[in-house]
Ligand binder design. Structure first.
Ligand code: AHR
Length: 624
């Protein structure tokens, strides 16, 4: 029997409990959340030596018509490579030049507008045209007027808006000419005019994040922050300022180039737009394969302090002024940083950590600091506000881990930040119901232990279906379509938990009790202080649940329930069937007594309108 009390005496759940973790993995930002359509827009992905590889750019026209070559001719000092385009034909039969297919195709839709910006220079006066063409080049979807280039002017910035006349979800951008000429292009950008809150985020994906009501966003990694080699680690300074001037970098852990269009500023902006707290993870001189000794760590510490000034400093400070110049004069609401990622065991991690810790506490005493070292099974040997906890495991292990935090010390020490969790391997495939149910049980365990666990996020958040570096993930997409895996939908069940009240509850004495995990919360929404009972059945037999609520304050007909289940526990969602495993409404009936069957392998949330402040206990009986 599971006894709920609605007498107002529950335990407050931290307002930060459920959030999201964005890592640049699986083309999560480049070719994902960031709306930039052009891939390798500055021609830097092939390196700064010439000649270099310009993939995925391709020539438009035959080799007798066009010659493409990289040159160190850019107007931008930090990203010197530009593309030289030599059109060999005179009065060419068809347009000749260069094409970019974006990240496995560009989503171009009839009626939509796209802003194209690029830098252009020509040897002699000539003209070019910018177009969106279909993936097979047979249809022109949108075309600019002729752009005349004055050969004496040097580099000029070109800005145009193209309105598409036809749709192709896998289109390409072309820059072409029909006359014998030589021109150079660099920093070519194409973005839909309409983006999430006008800040450059792909709308459908950002809306899926918004739906989770995340209370924080940890960024930008993960291993991405560490780098396979330190020289390839993400560094905030290189990711801010005008986009044309950002050098970009190779994310060598996940093996692809980032133009860094989505950089430190954009992550802080995203957090603000989602009404979530940013949690900045920075490198503390430790990569997967090399480390900076503590005696040399000073510049890294300064870099972190400068990053904090960028986020928090007044607009008259050096880096606060840069933030203001980028369009955000007010400081961002940065309150948490994490020093490194999964590096606790490394030679210099702890000594380096202390240098960062004390420097940050000196200048920013209110910032909470997350250590990589797991404080759940032993006391930490260094100061921290939170400790990081990552878990990727089988479904049965994660299900059983709903008790992981039951027994840990309730002292005043640092709280847990479960910043990466997921079922992986055969149980998960590319996102199975089985994995999601185990995660549901784990999250219920966290909800019940939220006195010692203050933050939780699933990982990874995003995957472009064309570049699956890690399975499973929460949100799947390609150039134009997207869906949530069952794990995504499980997270949505917890969107009212942060800041809610955990109501006392327990389960006793039934046969299949070990396959069921439950919790009950009262929402903190003062306009809708509902009670939400969550129950996951990880077993292969249905379980009967009865919810009795004493008194005349509640009628079961007013309750609503949603369930996540499917015919086969290994079912997944896909582009062809994106809603195979999604929450469905359950019809409720009866008065003041609710009988519910929790089917085998299912997760249910029952929302009960407030019982009123003078109501008596309520009971959820599990007849198993
Ligand atoms: O989430 C994928 C990876 O798993 C992260 O980059 C890393 O922190 C963990 O090992």
């Amino acid at each position: 029997m599971h006894v709920l009390s609605d007498e107002g005496d529950g335990t407050p759940i931290p307002s930060t409990l459920f959030g999201i973790f964005f890592e640049e993995i699986n083309h999560a930002g480049n070719g994902g959340l960031w709306s930039e359509l052009v891939s390798n827009r500055g021609f830097e992905a092939g390196g700064q030596n010439t000649p270099s590889n310009i993939a995925p750019w391709t020539p438009v026209g035959s080799s007798s018509d066009v010659l493409l070559a990289t040159e160190r001719a850019s107007p931008f000092a930090r990203n010197p490579i530009a593309l030289r385009v030599e059109v060999l034909c005179d009065s060419c039969q068809a347009p000749v030049g260069v094409a970019n297919p974006g990240y496995w195709g560009m989503d171009v839709r009839a009626g939509d507008e796209y802003k194209i910006i690029f830098w252009l220079k020509a040897a002699t006066s000539s003209s070019v045209v910018v177009s969106f063409v279909s993936s097979d080049s047979s249809v022109t979807l949108a075309q600019s007027d002729t752009i005349n280039v004055d050969g004496t002017k040097g580099w000029t910035k070109q800005e145009i808006v193209l309105k598409a006349q036809a749709t192709d979800h896998y289109a390409q951008l072309t820059i072409t000419s029909k006359e014998k000429t030589v021109f150079w292009i660099d920093q070519v950008s194409a973005m839909p005019v309409e983006t999430y809150k006008g800040h450059g985020f792909r709308k459908d994906l950002a809306l899926m994040l918004e739906e989770l009501k995340p209370r924080f966003i940890r960024f930008p990694g993960g291993c991405y922050v560490e780098g396979e080699r330190l020289q390839n680690a993400w560094r905030w300074r290189a990711s801010v300022g005008p986009w044309e001037e950002r050098p970009g970098h190779l994310g060598d852990v996940w093996g692809y180039w980032s133009d860094d269009g989505i950089g430190y500023f954009e992550f802080l902006q995203l957090a603000e737009d989602l009404d979530a707290l940013p949690i900045w993870v920075f490198n503390n001189g430790v990569s997967h394969t090399d480390e900076v000794a503590t005696s040399l760590i000073g510049p890294f510490v300064q870099e972190a302090l400068d990053g904090l000034e960028f986020a928090l400093g007044s607009s008259s400070s050096k880096y606060g002024a840069l933030r203001a110049k980028m369009g955000h004069p007010e400081p961002f609401n940065l309150k948490y940083v994490a020093i490194g990622n999964e590096d606790c065991g490394k030679q210099y991690y702890r000594d380096n950590y202390l240098q960062f810790y004390y420097a940050i506490k000196k200048y920013y005493p209110d910032i909470s600091i997350v250590t990589n070292c797991d404080g759940s099974y032993r006391q930490l040997d260094h100061p921290a506000d939170l400790y990081d906890f990552h878990i990727y495991t089988s479904a049965s292990n994660l299900f059983n881990m709903n008790h992981q935090f039951d027994k840990i010390s309730r002292n005043d020490g640092p709280k847990a930040f479960v910043s990466e969790y997921a079922v992986t391997g055969n149980d998960a495939g590319r996102g199975s119901l089985l994995a999601a149910l185990a995660e549901a049980a784990f999250l219920i365990g966290i909800e019940r232990n939220s006195d010692v666990v203050h933050m939780t996020s699933y990982a990874p958040l995003f995957v472009n279906n064309n570049d699956r570096r890690w399975n499973p993930d929460s949100i799947v997409y390609d150039s134009w379509q997207s869906y949530g895996t069952p794990s995504y939908w499980v997270q949505k069940f917890f969107k009212l938990s942060s800041g809610a009240t955990l109501l006392p509850s327990n389960i006793t004495g039934s046969t299949n009790v070990n396959s069921v995990v439950t919790s009950a919360i009262r929402s903190s929404d003062t306009n809708d202080p509902s009670i939400i009972v969550k129950a996951v059945n990880f077993g292969n037999k249905a379980v009967g649940l009865k919810l009795n609520i004493d008194g005349s304050f509640w009628n079961s007909a007013n309750s609503t329930a949603v369930i996540l289940t499917s015919n086969n526990v290994m079912d997944e969602n896909s582009f062809s069937n994106p809603t195979k495993v999604v929450p469905k409404t359950v019809t409720m009936s009866g008065k003041n007594q609710m009988g519910i069957t929790l089917p085998a392998y299912s997760f249910m949330a029952i929302t009960v309108p407030s019982l009123g402040s003078n109501s008596r206990d309520s009971e959820l009986h599990s007849d198993m």
